[in-house]
Design a protein around this ligand. Structure first.
Ligand SMILES: CC(C)(COP(=O)(O)OP(=O)(O)OC[C@H]1O[C@@H](n2cnc3c(N)ncnc32)[C@H](O)[C@@H]1OP(=O)(O)O)[C@@H](O)C(=O)NCCC(=O)NCCS
Length: 286
């Protein structure tokens, strides 16, 4: 009788920065644009597991704590040839055990939604990705009492206050990391910070996010400031579904490129406002 090599069992182990290149190869196989650097960024900020079989990385799943009460989950991928065999469920069970009592949020693809629903996640909104090559965009017009100024690390508490008001989450560490790898502008009105936005390299080009502003009317200013002078460059923005900014982005070259369903398991964080999160950091970090 011919001998058949039984496939080696899957091993789950903690993810580390050194996995970033293999993770980028895996995510490319499911059509995601993340580069090695994008994986290094999210791995450095969070925790998670990888699934390894026959010495090859075939699955990933991460989570990011925001304070003691909440966390987001993301980068949940099973290699196409390994899907449908319970690995995704196993990854999720590992993350649920690590995250403990926290309420958990994620943005689910169509492929992931049934898995999360079975584990107690419920839909609570959505996110629409816009991307494309930027058209010619005028510099934003500012009122007499307004100014846009570059942020430095000294502004971390300003960003943290606006972001906390918008999300109800403690994201200081993530904001500090974003300041370290991206460019940030703060919008001031009469000397008071009323919003900020961050541009950073990501995937096929750049991403604008988070965009946090007290008023939705200020969000185009905080996006146009990055689009201006970048005609032809590839840009991405992940908008909260139902945002009034979609048509405006399309006019400037950033077409809709797919929706995901926001889901929560437990309680949504209470965001005091008036600031709102108009565009996400990315779909994994929220
Ligand atoms: C989503 C993904 C991680 C699921 O991984 P997987 O290993 O194939 O999932 P599992 O085999 O563990 O399936 C888990 C459960 O979901 C169910 N399920 C999986 N896909 C399903 C589908 N398309 N429709 C209905 N149920 C589905 C399974 O039947 C199983 O249910 P059970 O626990 O009752 O048996 C995988 O499809 C993937 O990597 N997709 C591409 C990347 C992606 O979209 N990731 C999600 C990001 S949010």
């Amino acid at each position: 009788m011919a001998e058949i090599d039984a496939p080696e069992a899957l091993t789950l182990r903690a993810i580390g920065i050194d996995d970033a290149l293999s993770c980028a190869e895996l995510s490319r196989r499911v059509g995601w644009p993340h580069r090695r650097e994008d994986w290094e960024f999210v791995i450095g900020l969070g925790h998670g597991v990888v699934g390894v079989r026959d010495g090859k990385l075939v699955a990933t799943a991460l989570w990011w704590p925001y304070g003691k009460s909440h966390a987001t989950l993301g980068m949940i991928i099973v290699a196409p040839e390994a899907q449908g065999a319970g690995i995704g469920k196993g990854l999720m069970q590992a993350l649920l055990a690590q995250a403990g009592e926290r309420s958990l949020m994620l943005n689910a693809t169509v492929a992931g939604e049934p898995l999360y629903a079975r584990l107690g996640f419920r839909p609570c909104g959505g996110v629409r990705q816009h991307h494309g090559h930027v058209l010619a965009v005028a510099a934003p017009k500012l009122g007499a009492s307004e100014r846009l100024r570059p942020a430095s690390t000294a502004d971390l508490s300003v960003l943290e206050r606006l972001d906390q008001a918008a999300t109800g989450l403690e994201r200081k560490r993530t904001l500090a990391a974003l300041l370290g790898c991206g460019e940030c502008l703060v919008l001031e009105r009469a000397g008071q910070p009323v919003g900020f936005s961050i541009l950073r390299a990501f995937g096929r080009g750049h991403v604008i996010g988070p965009v946090v502003a007290d008023s939705e009317a200020d969000a185009p200013t905080l996006i146009a400031c990055w689009l201006h002078g970048r005609a032809g460059q590839f840009m991405r923005v992940d908008l909260q579904l139902g945002s009034g900014l979609g048509d405006w982005l399309v006019q400037h070259g950033l077409a809709p490129a797919g929706d995901v369903t926001a889901m929560v398991r437990g309680d949504l964080p209470a965001a005091p406002g008036p600031a709102r999160l108009h565009a996400l950091i990315n779909q994994a970090l929220g």
